[in-house]
Design a protein around this ligand. Structure first.
Ligand SMILES: [Zn+2]
Length: 241
C-alpha cells in the first residue's frame, strides 16, 4: 500500500498518518525525518544535506530524490509506505514518478485532507505544542500527556504567521495534486468532523471504495450540468459547407 498524504498545517495530517501507519503496519516517511536520519547516519547524502539545512536553505531536488531512493529501498518499505511532505513541486513529483517506476512500485492513492482556510486559521491560531516531543494540543491544554512538559505556542502558529503559512502551502500543493489527478489517484477527504469519521473516510478511499468529489459526481448531476449550454445544431448550422 503506497500512499501519499497531503494536508495543510492544522489539517490533522499527522493524526491520519499515525492511523494509517498503525492500520497497515507500514512506515510513515516524513521529509524531515528522512533528512535527519541521513545526517545522523553520516551518509554521503547526509553530509551533502547537512550544511544546506544548517544554513536554513532547502536541499536540491537531486539530493532529496537520492534520500527518498535510499529510504524506499529499505526492507520496511517493501509492503508499502506513507509519504508525507514530499513531493512539494511538480518537478519533484515527476522525478518521484521515475524513481517509483525504476523501483517497480506505484502509488495506490494520494490522500488530500481538505479543510477550509478559515477553519485552519481557527485551529492553528490557538494550537499549543510540546517543546519536548513536538506533539500538538488544542488551546487551553496545560501539559503534554506523554511527558508532562509545559506547552508553548510556536512562533509560526501565532495568528499573524498562520495565514501566510497556509497560503504558501496551498499555492505549492495545488499543482502537485493536479499532477496526480491526471492519474486519477487523488481522493479529497473532508478534514472536518471527528477523528473517527475522518479516519473511516481515509480508509475507505485507500481501500478503493471512495470516489473523490471530482470523479464521483452522480450521472444525474453530470447531465444537469452539461444540459444547459449544450445544444449543438439549431442555429449553428448556417455554416456553408
Ligand atoms: Zn511531549
Amino acid at each position: 500500500m503506497n500512499l501519499l498524504l497531503y494536508g495543510a498545517p492544522g489539517s490533522g495530517k499527522g493524526t491520519q498518518a499515525n492511523m494509517l501507519r498503525t492500520h497497515f503496519g507500514i512506515p510513515h516517511i516524513a521529509t524531515g525525518d528522512m533528512l535527519r536520519a541521513e545526517i545522523q547516519a553520516g551518509t554521503a547524502l547526509g553530509r551533502q544535506a547537512q550544511p544546506i539545512l544548517a544554513a536554513g536553505q532547502y536541499v536540491s531536488d537531486e539530493i532529496m530524490i537520492g534520500i527518498v531512493r535510499h529510504r524506499l529501498g529499505k526492507a520496511d518499505c517493501a509492503p508499502g509506505f506513507i509519504m508525507d511532505g514530499f513531493p512539494r513541486t511538480v518537478p519533484q513529483a515527476e522525478a518521484l514518478d521515475d524513481l517509483m517506476h525504476e523501483l517497480g512500485k506505484r502509488f495506490d492513492r494520494v490522500i488530500y485532507l481538505k479543510v477550509p482556510v478559515e477553519e485552519l486559521l481557527h485551529r492553528l491560531s490557538g494550537r499549543l505544542v510540546c517543546p519536548t516531543c513536538q506533539r500538538t494540543y488544542p488551546p487551553q491544554t496545560t501539559a503534554c500527556a506523554a511527558d508532562g512538559s509545559a506547552l508553548v505556542q510556536r512562533e509560526d502558529d501565532k495568528p499573524e504567521a498562520v495565514r501566510p503559512r497556509i497560503e504558501i502551502y496551498l499555492d505549492k500543493t495545488v499543482p502537485v495534486l493536479d499532477h496526480y489527478r491526471h492519474e486519477r489517484l487523488v481522493s479529497e477527504i473532508d478534514g472536518r468532523g471527528t477523528i473517527d469519521e475522518i479516519s473511516s473516510q481515509v480508509l475507505a478511499a485507500v481501500n478503493g471504495k471512495h470516489s473523490s468529489p471530482l470523479m464521483g459526481k452522480s450521472p444525474a448531476a453530470g447531465r444537469a450540468q452539461g444540459a444547459l449550454p449544450e445544444k449543438p445544431g439549431d442555429g449553428a448550422k448556417t455554416k456553408t459547407a
